[in-house]
Ligand binder design. Structure first.
Ligand code: ZN
Ligand code: ZN
Length: 387
């Protein structure tokens, strides 16, 4: 049964389908929504494919304070620019694109410098449910619907700021089926290793949590020439995929009930690994284990997961006094407009694996199946056909 008519444009307002999350803790519902035209400096994108990330489930459950309900979730997507607002110069209708939650304006201090990707411009809208002018472009049944991470990829159309949209020249519509993964998980893991930690050849690496981010850390560590890449997860089903991505060893903490994981790693690597990456989903105890697994005098631990609001991470000052470094990053330190085209190019050349993450593809109408399957660990990344 066809629930809704195909998307249509009347008076430059697009009517299309989207998965609307009306309140925290309740799964999204497929609704017909209106998407306003792009304003000054914005572009409207026809989303072709989206993928779901654990952060969508985390927000859907109401575990963070940043999600503005009602909202349209989704922050990994790829589509085609449908129209552009006044003043947009770098994008045109027909461009294949990946929208991003961290902008790259190219003009602010962070964008010009090389220390961080945290573009100052993003702060006007990120986590506020609106665009820079304080309003949303989405409405449904006469109610305003908030943005999610300034993207809302689970809508057939979205409007985003020009500086938060990466153009991927040469990508075909079919390529977008995989390039949607470049919206969050893959660049987050890949960048944490290559941009934030800057792992050197010959380093020892431990990766906690083998979801999309962890597996992407492994890919990047392999490309960097790490000598040992130790993959850690409670799910033995992830060991094979970790090896495909480049892991040299796999540890399941459940196989070692009498020895803490940090001790296992310290013993296996003469005191601790050079680099540890925590991407196990925001458990502060695992964060601490990852920190203690890095070498006390020269190790670096990178925290990547989002912990539930209100949780605290405790540390012994001695953990840091001896010289260990602990850092965090968002979006892997990636500057999207510059870096996403390079990652796409690596995928086209066979240097970056993306197909291996996807073992479920569903139409938008079945989005709840995608979210459910991912949250039970049965798939790394479900792809949602938005067309
Ligand atoms: Zn900037
Ligand atoms: Zn994400």
């Amino acid at each position: 049964m066809q629930l809704f008519e195909e998307s249509s444009t009347v008076g430059n307002i697009v009517t299309c389908k989207a998965a609307v999350c009306w309140e925290a803790g309740v799964p999204p519902v497929i609704e017909q929504i209106q998407v306003a035209p792009p304003q000054q400096g914005e572009v409207r994108i026809r989303m072709m494919y989206s993928s779901a990330c654990h952060t969508d489930c985390h927000s859907m459950a109401g575990l963070d304070e940043y999600t503005c309900f009602p909202t349209i979730l989704g922050h990994e997507g790829a589509g085609i620019v449908e129209s552009v607002g006044e003043g947009v110069t770098s994008l045109a209708p027909g461009d294949p694109v990946v929208p991003m939650y961290i902008a790259e304006c190219g003009e602010c201090g962070p964008c010009i410098g090389n220390k961080t990707n945290m573009c100052v411009k993003s702060r006007a809208w990120l986590c506020k449910g609106v665009m820079a002018d304080g309003t949303t472009r989405f409405s449904c049944r006469g109610k305003n619907i908030g943005y999610y991470m300034s993207i809302s990829a689970f809508s057939q159309y979205t409007v985003c700021p020009e500086e938060a949209v990466a153009k991927v020249d040469g990508a075909t519509e079919d390529d977008l089926r995989r390039l949607c993964l470049l919206g969050c998980g893959v660049p987050t893991g890949y960048g944490a290793v290559s941009r934030v930690a800057k792992v050197e050849s010959g380093s020892t690496v431990a990766v906690f949590g083998l979801g999309c981010i962890g597996l992407s850390c492994i890919q990047a560590a392999k490309h960097a020439g790490a000598s040992r890449i130790i993959a850690i997860d409670l799910n033995p089903g992830r060991a094979d995929l970790a090896r495909v991505m480049g892991a040299t060893e796999f540890i399941n903490p459940l196989d070692h009930p009498n020895k803490p994981t940090q001790q296992l790693l310290q013993e296996a690597t003469a005191g601790g690994v050079d680099y540890s990456f925590e991407c196990a989903g925001g458990n502060v105890n695992v964060m601490r284990t990852a920190i203690e697994s890095s070498h006390p005098t020269q190790g670096t631990c990178i925290l990547i997961s989002l912990a539930p609001s209100g949780q605290q991470l405790s540390l012994n000052p001695m953990d840091l006094l001896t010289g260990r470094t602990v850092r965090g990053c968002i979006f892997g330190g990636i500057k999207g407009r510059t870096d996403i085209p390079h990652l796409a190019d690596d995928y086209f050349k066979g240097k970056l694996k993306l197909d291996e993450y996807v073992n479920l593809e569903v139409p938008l109408d079945n989005i709840n199946k995608a979210l459910m399957t991912m949250s039970t660990g049965k798939c790394i990344r479900p792809v949602i056909d938005m067309r």
